[in-house]
Design a protein around this ligand. Structure first.
Ligand code: DNO
Length: 391
């Protein structure tokens, strides 16, 4: 596997020279300043590509080329937006950037309720609390019939929480769930937006009447339209699994389990229609056996995110050490090192916040020291697996 790193562009305080020093080979990035839906021009792509190459690295993966909401919920505007998407893909192909990650999650990408869950050793990582999320849904968003998405016991805990939660904690919850984790990934809601809750509700309303089957059909439609461009330029599309991999806020999510992935790969049965195998996202669903999924889908996984999670009581999960938890990264490395091409790009996904990371205001999960530490752990696994291969 190729060692890659998610880097947020020229403004990222983690520089390419720093990444060279820690053994990174390829960069995972995007044109973060181009608004969602607009074309990525050859000039802009080449400018960033040259910048990366001048530092002795290569631009291995685009993460992400975001899919506009109108394509996901299927409005008449979608054809125009798909045309722009195809032009951006063709331009990437002309510049030689040939692996593209995207997702098809309606409105909200990855979800965490606590961005600094403290471990006993003083480091912190990202946490999802079922009850706090239910609180956000029922008492802050006040979504119609939201209570029906939760068990009686969960609702009891929500009512209990309502008695003690402070305004500051409520604001923090909104910030964690729909602002801080979303701003840099899809641009739906950004830091500084006034009244993010109202904005968010308006986005949710776009999906009324869009069920799982409609969303699947819209994904199929999108993929069928873009595959000819991918064939022409040999571009691998890699869909990111839903994180967490279950329904939220009454929205359908369609990349959550083996059956979903199987459907997606057969509905558009083209090798360029592939998966970003995100071990962290998949392992957050107790229904998923991540190792079995890797064995089954290794041939169509064109990008790998290595991260692990630990399941907590009551449906909560926390991002675990890269050596522990449900991700079973040792076995995953064995599968991808043995069965995939050596050029398969892999990045360590989120790391802990440790040492002086906390002072740096990194995007949540994207610390420097924490990710460097995780990369070293993963490279240790890779070295061990490679030595097994020689025996
Ligand atoms: C979060 C990321 C996701 C991912 C997108 C890909 O840390 O894993 O935001 O980049 O879903 O489209």
């Amino acid at each position: 596997m190729e060692r890659t790193w998610r880097w947020f562009g020229k403004k990222d305080s983690i520089t390419l020279d720093m990444l060279r020093q820690i053994g990174v080979e390829g960069i995972v990035t995007a044109l973060h300043d181009v608004p969602n839906g607009e074309v990525w021009t050859v000039e802009a792509i080449n400018d960033l590509k040259r910048y990366i190459e001048q530092a002795g690295l290569r631009w291995s993966v685009v993460e992400s080329l975001p899919v506009s909401e109108a394509i996901k919920y299927g409005s008449p505007e979608r054809d125009r937006l798909i045309e722009s998407y195809k032009t951006s893909l063709a331009n990437l192909g002309k510049c030689g950037v040939k692996t593209v990650c995207y997702n098809f999650m309606p409105v909200i990408d990855w979800i965490r309720t606590d961005l600094s869950y403290r471990w006993p050793d003083g480091t912190s990582s990202l946490y999802f609390s079922k009850v706090r999320f239910a609180y956000f849904d029922c008492c802050i968003l006040k979504r119609d019939n939201a209570e029906k998405s939760y068990t009686d016991e969960e609702m009891q805990q929500v009512r209990q929480l309502d008695k003690t939660i402070t305004q500051e904690e409520k604001d923090e919850l909104v910030y964690s769930i729909i602002v801080k984790t979303q701003g840099f990934v899809n641009g739906n809601i950004r830091e500084g937006d006034s009244n993010p809750v109202e904005l968010f509700k308006a986005l949710l309303a776009l999906y009324s009447g869009v069920d799982r089957n409609t969303l699947r059909e819209n994904l199929k439609y999108f993929l069928e339209q873009i595959m000819p461009v991918c064939d022409e330029y040999n571009i691998n599309m890699t869909i990111h699994p839903d994180d967490p991999p279950f329904q939220v806020l009454g929205l359908p999510r369609i990349v959550t389990c083996e059956e979903d992935v199987e459907w997606l790969l057969t509905a558009v049965d083209n090798p360029h229609n592939g998966l970003a195998f995100c071990a962290g996202s998949l392992s957050a669903g107790l229904h998923n056996d991540v190792v079995a999924l890797a064995r089954k889908f290794v041939g169509r996984s064109h990008f790998v995110h290595l991260r692990s999670t630990k399941a907590m009581p009551g449906g909560d999960f926390v991002e675990a050490s890269h050596l522990e938890g449900r991700g079973n990264l040792v076995e995953l490395v064995r599968i991808f090192e043995r069965q995939a091409p050596a050029s398969l790009p892999m990045r360590v996904d989120h790391g802990r916040t440790m040492l002086d990371d906390a002072q740096k205001n990194y995007n949540p999960g994207y610390s420097f020291l924490g990710r460097m530490y995780a990369l070293a752990q993963v490279m240790g696994i890779v070295a061990a697996v490679r030595s097994e291969k020689l025996k």
